[in-house]
Write a protein that binds this ligand. Structure first.
Ligand code: ZN
Length: 274
């Protein structure tokens, strides 16, 4: 019941407000009563995480604790699950059906495409991709160009933009590599636009945020480079070489970010393979 909220759920569940911290929570289904302790009028929250906070996560942790300590739960009221799709918080099949069938409203993620330090040609490419206009074989066929509709990356049938950049085995392997290194779990959205729109905003130091924002663009750009080299130059990288290309490219873009001291190094040490 992923839509049940925990502490503070009537407004917005903590798991939605702090998705990264939710991934790190040792117990994800605890009730308020289980983590709340009150001794001599002092309120104490016993929330445990599976690991220590990384440097760039510190402000998320600070915001989280400041939020939960700003709330004084009503101790007279029984602790209960809150079903956020229903206004009264009570589960009903009707509200569940409505939540399942409602199309999410996605605002075009222009900030995630243009507002960062990646090279402008990359922003242009991702912008074109999010509009569904890059020249993958399905788009070429729509323009009546006679071409075999196959994916040169996984050697399967059909090269659509979503397949190439999100769902192809090679693309998934690269996305999963990054998610794994950042301790994240994710279900890949259907479209490039949705993937960019739901790329979680990261709180923390500005330089780290700047690199974070470039990650999806860098993955898509590297996949596109690899696809073009396979198609036009008959050269293919191994998965290992493709991963190395991604981390090398990300590091080269990171040089444009204004770092002071250890922040970049700490971030790269945690994500770059040794
Ligand atoms: Zn493929």
């Amino acid at each position: 019941m992923g839509d049940y909220g925990g502490i503070g759920a009537p407004v917005r569940a903590l798991k939605d407000l702090f998705p990264l911290l939710f991934q790190l929570a040792s117990a994800k289904d605890v009730s308020v009563a289980e983590v709340m302790e009150a001794t001599k009028g002092q309120l104490l929250w016993n929330v445990n995480f599976s690991r220590m906070a990384q440097d760039w996560e510190m402000s998320s942790f600070a915001d989280f604790y400041s939020l939960i300590y700003s709330v004084r739960p009503n101790r007279q009221q029984e602790d209960a699950l809150w079903w956020s799709p229903a206004s009264k918080g009570i589960f009903s099949v009707r509200s569940f059906y409505k939540a399942l069938t409602q199309e999410p409203i996605i605002q075009f993620p222009w900030k995630k495409i243009w507002h960062h330090k990646a090279p402008p040609k990359v922003s242009f490419f991702v912008w074109t991709a999010s509009l569904g206009k890059i020249l993958t074989t399905d788009n070429l066929r729509k323009r009546r160009i006679i071409i075999a509709d196959w994916c040169c990356m996984c050697k399967g049938a059909g090269e659509s933009m979503e397949h190439l950049l999100l769902h192809c085995d090679i693309a998934r392997s690269l996305w999963n590599e990054v998610f794994g290194r950042l301790d994240m779990a994710s279900v890949m959205p259907k479209t490039v636009e949705a993937a960019l729109a739901c790329w979680a905003s990261l709180r923390g130091r500005q330089p780290i945020k700047a690199i974070w924002k470039m990650i999806p663009l860098c993955i898509m750009w590297c996949l596109w480079q690899e696809r073009n080299e396979r198609t036009f130059e008959d050269q293919a990288r191994s998965m290992e070489e493709l991963r190395a290309l991604f981390f090398r490219t990300l590091c080269s873009w990171a040089i444009a970010v204004d770092f002071n001291g250890m922040a970049l190094q700490e971030f790269l040490v945690s994500i770059v393979p040794t």
